[in-house]
Design a binder for this molecule. Structure first.
Ligand code: HEM
Length: 59
């Protein structure tokens, strides 16, 4: 996920901490997530990404 060798991602620890905080918070509110629309992808020739990912959940 974060590459390997001399170019291993420098932001891996930050990215993991951010994902732990995000999913920890969201999953403390619900155990049920569903798509609420189509994802909007980043338009870039440099990197891939998701700009918007509408979700709905039940509390
Ligand atoms: C989920 C989030 C992220 C993913 C999946 C990811 C993934 C990767 C991958 C696969 C590489 C290796 C690219 C290669 O081998 O050429 C890389 C490199 C790198 N990443 Fe990330 N990254 C993430 C977040 C971040 C963040 C938050 C930062 C900075 C704050 C960051 C900074 C870098 C840098 C500077 C490199 C280049 C390292 C080098 O070439 O020595 N990344 N990342």
């Amino acid at each position: 996920m974060f590459g390997h060798g001399p170019h291993f991602c420098l932001g891996a620890l930050l990215a993991r901490a951010q994902m732990m905080a995000l999913f920890g918070d969201v999953l403390s509110r619900t155990t049920w997530l569903d798509a609420a629309g189509d994802p909007v992808l980043l338009r870039s020739s440099f990197q891939r990404g998701v700009k918007h990912l509408p979700l709905r959940w039940q509390s």
